[in-house]
Ligand binder design. Structure first.
Ligand code: URP
Ligand code: ZN
Ligand code: ZN
Length: 472
């Protein structure tokens, strides 16, 4: 058998096994795994390196409208370039509906932004902001059939928050169509009440962002979302969980047999509320929701990853430049934390952080790393086994890692559109050196080799994990 490429001499890890053999690639697919596969158009020497499934980042925001005067720092070209340098071969951004918009139109707009502009593969989740009868009855079921098999709902944010009635209606459509609902769980009214009170007391600095969204706000919404899902027997994914109390709601629901899944993100392992404090709006660099908490919450999130309460580790990449009046230094943001654009960059640093803090420091195994960063994302969102593992027949989406390489995370090393990284100065051991999408190198030995437009749009299947517990 003649291969296009053979990756030779590396140690391969999947979510279940670690082994050494050649990886034979033809036509963009993995076509053989075995000892000494012979010849190929190209032999890639991976001696001393790890050969892992490319990361799938299933929670990223790219080129998303973010409010008057605010512009996101990444378009599809810069975000997917940055993703590739961070060891990712696929990302799942959102196509966000705004009030009054047709979902189908929104999807078309996002395709227009992404088509020909991606270095790695992409697929879209939907964000439902306007749960009208025509959206619920027509657009949503048709879009699920077309491969948009997951949608996010918000329990907070002006213009996005759904009422409980609307949440129930969206969840019912998910149950009927086999889609998976992702929930941003924070109590909107409670946040508004606390924000008003803080502002009246003159407490408007960025450090009060965290005070306006305490753990109880997240815990209550998590509990409510789970209860609503239980009422109609539909699985849900609680995204970006930041603390033990919200995590315990998920764990308790799972013990009761409910299909409730959880995701956490690097900011909840690496940052704290103290980062939100700082002179000259420095704290704005860390404003995201839910906010970073404290050291005990970080420890809880590690436990959640170790115990499988969180099956996904995503970046929630949502980049705004810092030194930019259309970004974190929006003039209105200086009058109150309420107006500071919410979100931080992380698409390029997600994997090195989890590898270093998790695998290199012995908190998780290499196989757990693969599951949390690639395989579980593919399984959760209808991409498996095409994506997310290394096996014969899968897309040759591969990241080659140097497990010993030491780097210090710095904006100088980043390849996206943002002008800062919240993880500046963090020393890591383990670094992705090359990234291959469907058999073609996008990044090779630290250099961009992929062509803009090489990343494809991938329509998704319905996820096994989205099946309700009981038959209809
Ligand atoms: O602050 C955040 N997380 N911004 C991104 C939007 C979201 O809620 O995921
Ligand atoms: Zn969210
Ligand atoms: Zn998000």
């Amino acid at each position: 058998m003649n291969f296009d490429t053979i990756i030779r001499g590396g140690t391969i890890a999947t979510a279940s096994d670690t082994f050494s053999c050649d990886v034979g690639i033809s036509g963009g697919k993995i076509t053989a795994l075995g000892a000494d596969l012979g010849n190929a158009g190209e032999i890639v020497d991976a001696s001393g390196l790890l050969v892992l499934p490319g990361g799938i980042d299933s929670h990223v925001h790219i080129a998303q409208p973010s409010g008057p005067g605010i512009v996101m720092a990444d378009d599809f070209a810069s975000a997917t370039r940055s993703a590739a340098f961070g060891g990712n071969t696929m990302v799942l951004p959102f196509a966000m509906q705004q009030k009054g918009e047709s979902l189908r139109e929104v999807v078309k707009q996002y395709h227009a932004k992404a088509d020909g502009q991606c270095y790695v593969d992409v697929s879209f989740h939907l964000i439902i902001a306007d749960a009208t009868d025509s959206v619920l009855g027509q657009e949503l079921p048709a879009l699920v059939n077309d491969g948009y098999t997951s949608f996010k709902v918000f329990m907070t944010y002006e213009g996005l928050a759904l009422s409980d009635m609307e949440m129930l209606k969206v969840m019912s459509v998910a149950r009927e169509t086999g889609a998976l609902v992702m929930v941003h769980a924070e109590n909107y009214d409670a946040i508004r009440f606390l924000t008003d009170r803080l502002e009246q007391a003159g407490k408007t600095g960025t450090k009060y962002h965290g005070v306006s969204r305490p753990i109880a706000v997240e815990r209550e919404a998590t509990h409510r979302a789970i209860s609503l899902a239980e009422l109609i027997d539909v699985p849900i994914m609680i995204v970006h969980v930041s603390n033990r109390e919200a995590m315990d709601e998920i764990a308790r629901a799972r013990r009761r047999g409910l299909k409730i899944y959880g995701e956490t993100c690097p900011q909840y392992l690496m940052l704290t509320e103290q980062d939100l404090d700082g002179l000259n709006m420095e704290g704005a660099k860390y404003v995201c929701s839910p906010p970073p908490r404290d050291k005990a919450s970080q420890a809880a999130c590690w436990e959640g990853l170790q115990q499988g309460i969180f099956s996904l580790f995503s970046s929630d990449h949502c980049p705004f430049k810092y030194d930019d009046p259309q970004g974190k230094l929006l003039p209105k943001g200086k009058t109150s934390f309420r107006w500071v654009p919410n979100g931080i960059p992380g698409i390029e640093t997600r994997l090195p952080i989890l590898f270093s803090e998790g695998v290199s420091k012995g908190r998780i195994t290499l196989n757990e790393f693969v599951a949390l960063t690639a395989t579980n994302h593919a399984k959760t969102y209808g991409l498996y086994p095409k994506k997310g593992t290394i096996a014969v027949g899968c897309d040759a989406d591969i990241a080659i890692w140097d497990p010993k390489r030491q780097e210090t995370i710095s904006q100088k090393l980043m390849h996206g559109g943002c002008d800062y990284t919240p993880y500046e100065g963090i020393a890591v051991t383990g670094w992705p050196v090359s990234t291959m999408v469907r058999g073609q190198f996008v990044v090779r030995d630290g250099k961009l080799t992929g062509k803009l437009g090489a990343g494809d749009y991938i329509a998704r299947e319905k996820s096994e994990l989205a099946k309700p517990s009981a038959a209809v």
